[in-house]
Design a protein around this ligand. Structure first.
Ligand SMILES: [Cu+2]
Length: 155
């Protein structure tokens, strides 16, 4: 009546399931970070003006043409809180010794505005331009004039 259970087989099956689950989650996390490293992702660094002026240490940072992912880091050596932002993406507000960063994805050749989102700072000059490619005037001109024209017709 008692059928002997194939214990070693059960144990092996359970081990396989656990191993598969472990691999799935582990590889998912690793995949995204390795793709940003191998997929042309770049990191550019800025610093808030060490003297306390409301500006960055550079007004322009550039990355190679075709770069789709850029991590922008802002170091803040001053006691005034600052952060880095671009468009609607805002990095963490940091004060002395901190680094604020954002990662911009899906970029095309062209120019992107970087700024400090603290009220008044960008207006006072705390901003910079991220250039993807060689200035990108051709590329960005294409897309903006194209969509403007079709928008008019659509209405
Ligand atoms: Cu600021």
């Amino acid at each position: 009546m008692n059928r002997p259970l194939p214990l070693p087989a059960l144990a092996a099956a359970a081990t396989l399931v656990l191993a598969a689950a472990g691999c799935g989650s582990g590889y998912g996390g690793g995949g995204s970070s390795s793709s940003s490293a191998s997929g042309g992702g770049k990191t550019v660094s800025l610093s808030a003006d060490p003297g306390g002026a409301l500006k960055f240490d550079k007004s322009k940072v550039s990355v190679d043409s075709g770069t789709k992912t850029v991590t922008v880091q802002l170091k803040n050596p001053t006691a005034t809180p600052h952060a880095i932002a671009s468009g609607s993406q805002k990095g963490q507000l940091v004060s002395k010794g901190g680094t604020s960063s954002i990662t911009l994805t899906g970029l095309k050749d062209g120019t992107y505005q970087l700024y400090c989102p603290v009220p008044g700072h960008a207006a006072a000059g705390m901003k910079a331009t991220l250039v993807v490619g060689s200035g990108g005037s051709g590329g960005s001109g294409d897309s903006s004039s194209g969509s403007g024209g079709s928008g008019g017709y659509g209405y």
